[in-house]
Write a protein that binds this ligand. Structure first.
Ligand code: THU
Length: 133
């Protein structure tokens, strides 16, 4: 199983592949599953700005498309342009979709370059669930 530092290193590495010609804000993400498998993704922008894809959603989509069926445990997010590059609101909801009762770890780069971990339930409280009566 990869360490948090290794996951952040993978996120850092994939951020170099970002297609971010409009914002010039590269982001990389790396997801770790209970199987031990990891997948990564970067942001991919579009001239129609609202169609841009975040690194976190790219990484999760890659895992799903690869057939990953185990529990999502951790996601590391990195940008060379920002310490503590928190997932945006849309990505928080995407992470929540795969949370189950896990309370997924969000691993970021702290001001001193070490890893800092947050919990999805803390950064997205009272999230939407499709519970119909
Ligand atoms: N971005 C991400 O990749 N993840 C986030 O959680 C927030 C923002 C990207 C989208 C866009 O390409 C760039 O960062 C600037 O907003």
């Amino acid at each position: 199983m990869r360490t948090n530092e290794e996951l952040l290193e993978i996120a850092k590495s994939v951020s170099k592949n970002a297609y971010c010609k409009y914002s010039n804000f590269p982001v990389g993400a790396c997801v770790l599953y209970e199987s031990g498998n990891v997948y990564s993704g970067c942001n991919v922008e579009n001239s129609s700005f609202g169609l841009s894809l975040c690194a976190e959603r790219n990484a999760i989509s890659t895992a799903i498309a690869s057939g990953e069926k185990s529990q999502l445990l951790k996601i590391a997010v990195y940008s060379p342009k920002s310490k503590k590059c928190f997932p945006c609101g849309a990505c928080r909801q995407w992470i929540q979709e795969f949370n189950n009762a896990q309370n997924i770890d969000i691993i970021l780069e702290n001001d001193d370059n070490s890893c800092i971990t947050y919990k999805i339930n803390d950064i997205l409280p009272y999230s939407f669930e499709l519970n119909m009566i």
